[in-house]
Design a protein around this ligand. Sequence first.
Ligand code: ADP
Ligand code: MG
Length: 678
Amino acid sequence: MKTASPFSFPVSPSTAAKLAKLGLARDADLVLHLPLRWEDETRITPIRDLLPGQTVQVQAVVGEASVAYRPRRMLTLTVEDAGGVLGMRFLNFYPSHLKLFQPGESFRFIGEIRGGFLGLEMVHPRFIKADDATPLPTQFTPVYPTTAGLGQATLRKLVSRAMEAPIHDTLPVDWLAELGLPELESSIRLLHQPPLDSALAELESRRHPAWQRLAFDELLAQQLSLAVARRQRRSQRTRPLPAKRQLTAAFIRALPFDLTAAQVRAWQEISDDLTQVHPMRRLLQGDVGSGKTVVAALACLQAIENGQQAAFMAPTEILAEQHFRRLAPPLSELGVRCAWVSGSQRKSERSAAWQAIASGEVDLAFGTHALFQDGGRFARLGLAVIDEQHRFGVGQRLALMHKGEEPHQLMMSATPIPRTLAMSYFADLDVTTVDELPPGRTPVATKLVNAARRDDVLARVREACLDGGQAYWVCPLIEESEKLQLQTAEDNFAALAAQLPELRIGLVHGRLKPDEKQAVMGAFQAHEIDLLVATTVIEVGVDVSNAALMIIEHAERMGLAQLHQLRGRVGRGSRESVCVLLYQTPVSELARARLKVIYELTDGFEIARQDLLLRGPGELLGHRQSGLPLLRFADLERDIALLEAARNLAQRCLVDHPDVAARHLERWVGHRQSLSSI
Ligand code: ADP
Ligand code: MG
C-alpha cells in the first residue's frame, strides 16, 4: 500500500483505506461521491405539529429515561418541548447514553416519526446536545453512501475539501445547450449542497436536471470506454479465415433440413467476420431452439478448412457432452477430428486429449470451461465458440479474451440481451440475432397449478407417457444447499416411482458421474425412460423431441431466464406440448410477478426485458463476480433517452474531438482499472 495520500490534502492511511473501499482514491472521486439524500437540520419542528412518516428535527428536554427489558432490552425516553411530549427508543445503547440523557438536559433529535403504541415516537434518532442558544445549520445536511467505520461527519469534511477546487466542465457549453443539460459544476455543487429553497423530495427522485447531467456523463464515459475498447480490438490483428466453402458446403448439404432464413443470415455475418484480419467478437443470440448450434458448427468448419483449430465450450458438462455427441459423428464424416475434454474426465483420458489438441491432431475440441482453466494449449486456435454466454460471468468472458493471442470468438445466448444492455454493457460486441424458429415447432401451453393439486398432475404425466410420450419432472432449486437439492431429487424420484409404477423413470442430477449421466440421458433419448426426474442440470440445451410435457416443481423459486430455458426443452416435436408450473403458496410479490410473465409471454426477448425490469441490470450481468463498474447515477430503463444521446455523442467525440473524450474519461474513469482495457 502506498504511504503518500492520493489526495491533495492529508488523509490518514486508515481513512484512505476506507475511502478506497468506496472506490474513492483521488479528489475527483470525492467530488463525484454524491449524497443519497439530505436531511433538513435547518429547522426545528414543534412536537405538537408532528405527523407520522415525516423525518424531522425536534428540540426537546429529557423528561424520563429508563431501560425496558420487554419485548427486548431497550432504552426509552420521553422528551418534551413547550407544546408536547414525544417518545424515543434506542435498541442498541451504551451505559454512556443513560448518563447523557439526564432529566432536564436539552437535545436536538432527528429521525422519522412513527405512530407508536403509546403515541408518536422516534426510533434510533440521531441527536446532538443543543439548546435554544445553539445555532442551527444554514444548509441541508447531505447523507453520503459510506462504509463501516467511516462517519458522515468525516466524509462530509473530506468532500468539502475536495470541492474547494473549481470543477471544470468536460463538455463544451454549446453541446450542453444542444443536449438540454445543465453545467457540471453547478450540478455537482447543487447535489452536494442543495439551496434551502430546493424541494428535497424532487431531488431525491433523481429526475432533477442536475442528476440527469450526472447520469449523462456517466453513460458517456461508459460509451467512450466501450468504443475505445472496440477500437483497440479492431486494431488487433489475427489470422483471417476466408470462406473456402469446402467443409461448410458439405455440412449444409448433409443436414436433414434446410437452414432457416435467419440461420443463413447469421451464418453469412459470421462467415464475413472470420475473413477479417481483426478478431471477431460476436454474440449470436436467439431464442431457445432457434438453431444456433448449426450456425456455430459452420463457423468451426470455416476455421478448420483454413487449417485452424476450434474450441466449442458449454457451461455444463451435460450440455457440452450433448454438443459433442450430436456434432462429432456428422463432422467426423467430413474428416474433422473431434475431441472431448472435461473436468471430470479420468486424468489419463484428459491428458491424452490435451496432447492431441496441443500437437494439432485434433481440429475441434468440445468441453466445458475446464477447456480453458486446465492450462492446456491449442496448437493453433482459430476460433472459440462459447455457448450460453449468459451463464458465464462477464468476468469470465473478459478473461477468455485475454488468453494468449486472440482467436476469433463467437458467443451464443438464448437469453437475449435487452436493447438497453446491448447498447451499454455489451456495446463492445457485435450482435447477430436469429429471430426465427425452425418450422414444425409446436407452441408450448403453460399452466400454473397449485402444488396442492399434485395428483391431477401425476394423472396427466401417466396419461402422456402411456400414450407414447415422454416427460420431464424438474425438482426444485434449493440454493442454500446442493446436498439438500440432491436429497430432494432422490426423494422425488422415489415418490414418483411409487406413485407411477407403470412408468419407466430415470433420475439425473449434477452429482452423477459423467458416464452415469450420459447413460441416463442416452436412455431418455432412446425412449427407454418415460419420465426423467431431473434437477435444473437440464436447464440448457437438452434436446429430446418426443418429450412434450414438463413439470416444474416450486416454479415460484426460479428465475425467469431459467424458467424460459426449461420450458424450451419441450415443444420440439409434433406433439402438443405443455409446461406445468407447480407453485407452493404463499407466493411472494416478486415470484407472483415472475410467474405472471412466464405464463403470459413466450418470446424470449420480451421475457428478458421483463426480467430486467424486475431485477435491474446488475443481477442480469452478474456484476458481483465481474468487477465491472456498474452505473451509479444512470438507470437503464429510466434514462434510455440519455443513453442514446450519450452513444451518439461518444461516436462524435472519438472521431472529431478526442481531446474532449480524453478529458471526460479522465474525470470518470481516471486511475481506476481503465474500462478501455476491458
Ligand atoms: P438453440 O438455438 O437453442 O441452441 P439448437 O441449435 O439446439 O437450438 O436447435 C434445436 C433443434 O432444432 C435441434 O434439434 C436442431 O437439430 C434443430 N434445428 C436446427 N435448425 C433447424 C432447421 N433449420 N430446421 C429444422 N430443425 C432445425
Ligand atoms: Mg443451444
